[in-house]
Design a binder for this molecule. Structure first.
Ligand code: HEM
Length: 315
C-alpha cells in the first residue's frame, strides 16, 4: 500500500518532528531507483548524486558528508564574502540608475548567487549551470525526459570530474543545495520590502535585518519508528511535511525556522545572512524610488517557491 503524506503547519510540532529521532529524511535517491525500475531508463548518475545530498541522508553517511561540506564552507567563507561584496558593488553601480528596468531575479539575485557558487565550485561555466539545474530533480512535476537530460549532464560531469575521487561531486552537491533557496529567498525578501514602502526612496526604507520571506517553506521527513507520542494516524513509512514557514506563524517563529533545525541545519546560513546584510546596507545608500512592476512565480519548482522574474523600474 502506498505510504500517506501528512501536513504539519504548527511551528512547535513541525520543529519537534524535525528534531526527533523517530523520523528520518525522505530518500530522493530511492524515488529514482523506483523510476528506473518502472521505466527501465538509466538514472544511475542522478542516483549517485542524490545519494550524496545531505538533506536526503541520515546517520553516519550524513555526518561524514556534512562534515566535509562544512569544511569546504569554512575554508572558502572569506572568499565567498569578498566575491559577493565585489559583485554587489558592481551590480549596484551598473543596474541602479534612474530610468533602468531590472529583473531582480536574473539581473541581481542570480549574479550574486553565482559569485558565491563559483567560489564553492571553482570549475567551468557548465558546472555552474549544472548546479542550477540539479534542484529540478526534486520536483514531482518534472517530465521523465527532462529528468533523463539532467541525468545525462550529471553522468558527463562524473566522467570528467570524478574519475578519481568524490571531492568534486561533494562540491556540486553543496552548491546545488544553495542555488534555489538563496536566489528565491533573496528575491522574495527584496520584493516584500519594496512592496511595503510604495513610493519611498530605497535610502528611506526600513529594510528588515533578516530575510522576511523564503523560497523553502517546508521540509519532508519519514516516520521510522512511531512511538506512543506519535499521533495514531502516523504509520512507519508515512511522509510528514513539516512547514517551517507559514502565514499562521509569528514573525519570530518564521525567523527561527528559516534555516531549519538540528542535524540538517543549513550550512549556507552564515553566508546568506551576511550577504543579506550587505544588500540592505548597499540599498540603504541608493537615492532612487522603485516602481514594483510584477512578480511571476515559477509554476513547477517544488519544493521551492521560486520567483521566475521580479520586474522593477527605477525612478
Ligand atoms: C537564504 C538562503 C537559504 C535558505 C532559506 C536555506 C534553507 C535551508 C533549510 C531550511 C535547510 C534544512 C533542510 C532540512 O532540514 O531538510 C537547509 C539545508 C542545507 N542548506 Fe540551505 N538555505 C539557504 C542557503 C544555502 C546556501 C547558500 C547553501 C550553500 C552554500 C546551503 C546549503 C545547505 C546544505 C548543504 C544543507 C543540508 C544540510 C544537511 O542536511 O546536513 N543553503 N537550507
Amino acid at each position: 500500500m502506498a505510504s500517506k503524506i501528512h501536513f504539519i503547519e504548527n511551528a512547535e510540532a513541525a520543529k519537534a518532528v524535525i528534531l526527533s529521532a523517530e523520523f528520518t529524511t525522505y530518500s530522493m535517491a530511492d524515488r529514482y531507483r523506483e523510476l528506473s525500475d518502472r521505466t527501465k531508463l538509466d538514472f544511475s548518475a542522478a542516483i549517485q548524486l542524490l545519494d550524496h545530498l545531505p538533506v536526503f541522508l541520515d546517520g553516519e553517511k550524513h555526518q561524514k558528508i556534512r562534515k566535509l561540506m562544512a569544511k569546504r564552507i569554512s575554508e572558502t567563507k572569506d572568499s565567498q564574502f569578498a566575491a559577493s561584496q565585489a559583485t554587489l558593488l558592481a551590480l549596484c553601480t551598473s543596474l541602479f540608475r534612474p530610468g533602468s528596468e531590472i529583473d531582480l531575479v536574473a539581473d541581481f539575485c542570480q549574479p550574486l548567487w553565482h559569485s558565491i557558487s563559483s567560489v564553492i565550485v571553482p570549475c567551468s561555466e557548465t558546472m555552474l549551470e549544472l548546479v542550477d539545474a540539479i534542484p529540478a530533480l526534486f520536483s514531482p512535476h518534472l517530465s521523465i525526459r527532462e529528468r533523463a537530460k539532467i541525468n545525462a549532464r550529471i553522468a558527463a560531469f562524473l566522467e570528467v570530474h570524478c574519475a578519481h575521487s568524490d571531492d568534486n561531486l561533494l562540491l556540486l552537491c553543496l552548491a546545488s543545495l544553495g542555488a534555489r533557496p538563496f536566489v528565491g529567498t533573496m528575491g522574495l525578501s527584496i520584493w516584500e520590502a519594496l512592496q511595503a514602502h510604495p513610493g519611498a526612496k530605497m535610502s528611506e526604507m526600513a529594510w528588515p535585518s533578516m530575510f522576511s520571506s523564503s523560497s523553502l517553506t517546508f521540509v519532508d521527513r519519514v516516520v521510522s519508528s512511531p512511538s506512543e507520542r506519535c499521533p495514531h494516524s502516523l504509520e512507519t513509512g508515512d511522509r510528514v511535511r513539516c512547514f517551517t514557514q507559514s502565514r499562521l506563524y509569528s514573525p519570530a517563529e518564521n525567523r527561527m525556522a528559516l534555516f531549519g533545525f538540528g542535524a540538517h541545519t543549513c550550512l549556507g546560513k552564515s553566508i546568506s545572512e551576511k550577504v543579506w546584510k550587505l544588500v540592505v546596507a548597499a540599498f540603504s545608500q541608493i537615492d532612487l524610488r522603485v516602481d514594483c512592476r510584477s512578480i511571476d512565480m515559477s509554476p513547477h519548482n517544488d519544493p521551492f517557491q521560486m520567483p521566475a522574474s521580479i520586474k522593477v523600474a527605477l525612478i
